[in-house]
Design a binder for this molecule. Structure first.
Ligand code: ASP
Length: 581
């Protein structure tokens, strides 16, 4: 037996017992004639004590142990004279009577403790060492807990975990596929799934009724910060449901997770339409941990000689509570923020509601006290507030002001990681027009059903058709999205036509699905959650990377195994592939 206990287990009640532990040497401290070692395993740290007076040769052996050596020790549990109340084992130590070296270790490239000196890249290269650190380990343990809680909830209400294939067919919709050459089928390729979308729909045709899977998905996108080319979804689908059934079921899932894992009870999740979300917050995934809704000021600004406002499609402001005392310099910093290319605004007009009730703005040349008061009133500002106004094309201006709103949320400390503010966003447009390619794209995916009452608009005004789709947003991140699906062959065919597929193309790409729709497809709908992001948010963190055991860097590389990499010529030959010279 390698051990009788773990390194996180022993306490005052074990005093006097003889035990055996195994683990890694985290740190060793020598004082004349004495050595103390922190022995670590997944469960915690235990202090080992060696004393010249007890056993001189053992002390010498201990002095030769380096960081991260793997050892096994047997000894007696003693009450410590100076206790450490920060760790569960802090009241005891082990008086070592036997020491066995299980494996030596090179000096690790960074400190493996709670705090480390290792940079991001270095820690990724030696990820197995980073995982020994408590903060990283804790995130993986949290992930496991959430995974289990998801399964418990879904199993309890009849969902069945069904695996779907990873080697599937490449399709032109959505993001770019990762493709896999087939050796046995010359010149042909599989694709890795971007999601199990069509399979889960086919499972509904198969009568599975309630499906779920915690499953890897793959998207070959240009990587933005904190995106992973492979990521995990909680993928779900249900038959004989309407939107309301899905919203209830998965509101229940989020409620269960927050309760079980974070100990937080949430009130019923508010709902907002896409139109309202963009109009009030400049985003389809608003962070509603704080208010600061937009106020549109076109009407109240158009009657003077200020061209910027007069010519703008939209004049819109937000009220920054309590910031009227901002200095010129502080306001300039906000202006610099909105002018950054990522935000892309041209400027910012400000209007202060001073504590004494007077007002002042950066456009006093054009607008008088009565104008300013009218704006402030529209924004429900009170003395001490600062109104910030942007003007320009509608979509762009809303987006930029949305960024400023989030920035102010940060500045004012209104985005606390332990506050959970979920939100359903509903009534998305079904289609999005793309100027460049002069065609419509499905805003969600081509299988999303339009609102039944909007179906007649598909011919006359496709851009106005609303999708029977929904996103679940948590603290400003989209954590889930889905829709009621089309289950009727002719409607699906029509959808493909609107998306620019010829009949042949649609048949070639999605014939299997439309065939299935001819054999009694039930009405169905579903949702998928980004599991990595969900776990990160429950853990109160922004970045998903540490919640993935072996993540890739921003260039899509695994720095540890050094992938992707070249393959041998023989492999290429076998696959009938040649590389361009
Ligand atoms: N398959 C969709 C996605 O991956 C989600 C869904 O509609 O269920 O975004």
């Amino acid at each position: 037996m390698y051990r009788t206990h773990t390194c996180g287990e022993l306490n005052i009640n074990h005093v006097g017992q003889s035990v055996t532990l195994a683990g890694w040497v985290q740190r060793s401290r020598a004082f004349g004639g004495m050595i103390f070692i922190d022995l670590r395993d997944r469960y915690g740290l235990t202090q080992l004590a060696f004393n010249e007076g007890w056993d001189k040769s053992l002390l010498e052996e201990a002095s030769r142990l380096g960081r991260e050596y793997v050892i096994q020790v047997t000894g007696e549990v003693l009450e410590r004279s100076s206790k450490n109340n920060k760790i569960p084992t802090g009241e005891i130590e082990l008086k070592v009577t036997a020491l066995r070296l299980l494996n030596a270790a090179k000096t690790p490239p960074f400190t493996i403790e709670e705090e480390t000196d290792g940079g991001e890249e270095l820690r990724m290269k030696y990820r197995y060492l980073d995982i020994r650190r408590q903060p990283v380990l804790d995130k993986l343990l949290l992930r496991n807990k959430v995974n289990l809680a998801v399964r418990q909830y879904l199993n309890a209400i009849g969902f069945v975990d069904v695996e779907t294939p990873f080697l599937i067919k490449s399709t032109p919709e959505g993001a770019r596929d990762f493709v896999v050459p087939s050796r046995m089928n010359e010149g042909q390729f599989y694709a890795l799934p971007q999601s199990p979308q069509t399979f889960k729909q086919l499972l509904m045709v198969g009568g599975i009724d309630k499906y779920y899977q915690i499953v890897k998905c793959f998207r070959d996108e240009d990587l933005r910060a904190d995106r992973q080319p492979e990521f995990t979804q909680i993928d779900c689908e249900m038959s004989f449901v309407e939107r309301e059934d899905i919203l209830q079921t998965f509101e229940g899932l989020l409620r269960h997770l927050l309760k079980e894992i974070a100990g937080v009870s949430i009130p019923p999740i508010p709902r907002i339409s896409y139109e309202e979300a963009t109009r009030l917050y400049g985003s389809d995934k608003p962070d509603i941990r704080f208010g600061m809704p937009f106020v549109e000021l076109n009407q109240k600004t158009q009657h003077k000689d200020f061209k910027v406002f007069n010519e703008a499609e939209l004049v819109v402001g937000i009220n920054a509570n309590g910031l009227a005392g901002y200095t010129r310099k502080q306001i300039d910093a906000l202006i610099d923020f909105v002018k950054r290319p990522q935000v892309g605004a041209t400027g910012l007009v400000w209007c202060k509601y001073n504590e004494d009730g007077s007002t002042k703005s950066s456009v006093d040349k054009f607008y008088d006290e009565a104008d300013r008061k009218a704006w402030l009133e529209a924004a429900q500002a009170v003395p001490g507030d600062l109104l910030l106004i942007m003007a320009g094309p509608k979509d762009k201006t809303r987006k930029a002001l949305g960024e400023l709103r989030l920035h102010l949320g940060d500045v004012l400390n209104l985005r606390q990681p332990d506050v959970f503010a979920p939100l359903w966003v509903l009534d998305f447009p079904l289609l999005e027009w793309d100027e460049e390619t002069q065609r419509y794209y499905a805003m969600h995916h081509p299988f999303t059903s339009p609102y039944p009452e909007d179906i007649p608009l598909l011919d006359s005004a496709p851009g106005e058709v609303r999708a029977n789709a929904y996103d679940l947003v948590l603290n400003g991140s989209e954590i889930g999205g889905g829709s009621i699906r089309i289950h009727d062959k002719s409607l699906q065919q029509k959808m493909f036509a609107i998306l620019g597929f010829s009949t042949e193309e649609a048949k070639e790409q999605f014939g299997f699905l439309m065939d299935a729709f001819e054999y009694g497809a039930p009405p169905h709908g579903g949702i998928a959650f980004g599991f990595d992001r969900l776990v990160a948010l429950i853990g109160g963190k922004e970045s998903i990377r540490d919640f993935i055991a072996f993540p890739k860097n921003n260039a899509g590389r695994d720095l540890m195994i050094d992938a992707p990499s070249a393959v041998r010529q023989e492999q290429l030959d076998e696959l009938m592939l040649s590389l361009k010279a």
